[in-house]
Design a protein around this ligand. Sequence first.
Ligand code: GH3
Ligand code: MG
Ligand code: MG
Ligand code: MG
Length: 324
Amino acid sequence: SRANTSEQMGLDDGAFLDRLMHQEGGKILLVDDMRSNAERVSKQVRGKFELFLENDPQLALRRCTDENFDCVLVNLSMRTFDALRLCAQMRSLETTRMLPILVLADESEQARIMRALDLGVNDYIRQPVDRNELLARMNTQVLRKRYTDALRESVQHTMELAIMDGLTKLYNRRYMTSHLNSLLVAAQEKQKPMSVLLLDIDFFKSVNDTYGHDAGDEVLREFSQRMRQNTRGIDLVCRYGGEEFVVVMPDTDHSLAMVVAERIRKKVAEKPFIIHKGRQMIDVTVSIGLASTLNGEESQDVMLKKADQALYNAKKEGRNRVVS
Ligand code: GH3
Ligand code: MG
Ligand code: MG
Ligand code: MG
C-alpha cells in the first residue's frame, strides 16, 4: 500500500490530496483514568471518530507503537499518573514522535498547558469540552497526520526510485557508478584492498524464450535475493543492466573475493529457481568476472574493464564459473 499511496501522491495529482483530506473519521486513543470523563468524550465523538480508551500510560505508549492511531487525546488532569510525563515520553520515542497529541485541560491548568505545549503537544481543548470544538480540533490533527504521512512516503519513494532498481530492489547502475570511484579512493587512502564482481546469468535469453518474460523477471528477483544473502552489508550489490550485476566489495582482497564469488556461483547453481508460485523449476547458472585492486591506483573504468574481460573469459571457457 506504501508504493500505491506514493504513486497516487504524484506531484501533479492534487486529486489524491483532495481525497485524503475528505476521508471521514480517524482512529483516536484517549488516555484517561477517569471513567466518567472518558464516557463523556466517547459520547461526543461517537459516529465521527473511532475512539479507544487506555488508562495506563505504559500500555498507552505500547499501543501507540503497535497500532496506527491518527491522534492521541490525553487528559491533563489524570489523578493516577503524570500526563505531562507521558507526553514527554511520546515526543522522545522514535515510534510516537510524529503522532499528534491533543490534551484535555481544566480551566485552572494554564501553567500545565504551557508546559505541555513546550513539550511538543500539538493542541489543547478546555474542559468542559464543547463538542464541535473537540471534533474540529481532532479533525485538524487527523488530517495533518495523514498529510505528513503521505508526504513522507512520497519523499521516501522518490529517493528509492533515484538509487534503486525497481524490479530487484538492488542499487541501480547510476548509484553504483557514482560511488565506485570514491570507494576506490578511500580504499587507496586506507591502503585496503578492494574487489569488484561482474555477474552475468548464463543463457538467460532462453529462460525468457522458454518460460516467458515474467518468469525471467522472477528469476532476476530470486537471483538478486541469493546475491544479497551471500554478500555482506558493506558490499554494494547492484543491477548493472538486464541480467548483469555488479558487487563492489570494500576491504576485500583477491582471495576473499574469490571465496565470495564461488559461494554465489554455487548458491545459484545448486538449487533450481522455483517460479510461477511453485509450478515451474528452472536451473540457472551464472558466470562471474572478478577484478581486485593490485597497486591501489586503479580507476573505476579500469576495474570494470578488468572484470568485464574476466567475465568474457568465463563465458568462453564454458560458463558457470568464476574467472579473474
Ligand atoms: P550468455 O550466457 O552469453 O550471457 O547468454 P544470454 O542469453 O544470457 O545473453 P544475452 O545478453 O544475449 O541475453 C540477455 C537477455 O536478458 C536478453 C534480454 O531479453 C533479457 N533481459 C534483459 N533484461 C531483462 C528483464 O528485465 N527481464 C527479463 N525477463 N529479461 C531481461
Ligand atoms: Mg548479458
Ligand atoms: Mg550476453
Ligand atoms: Mg547472460
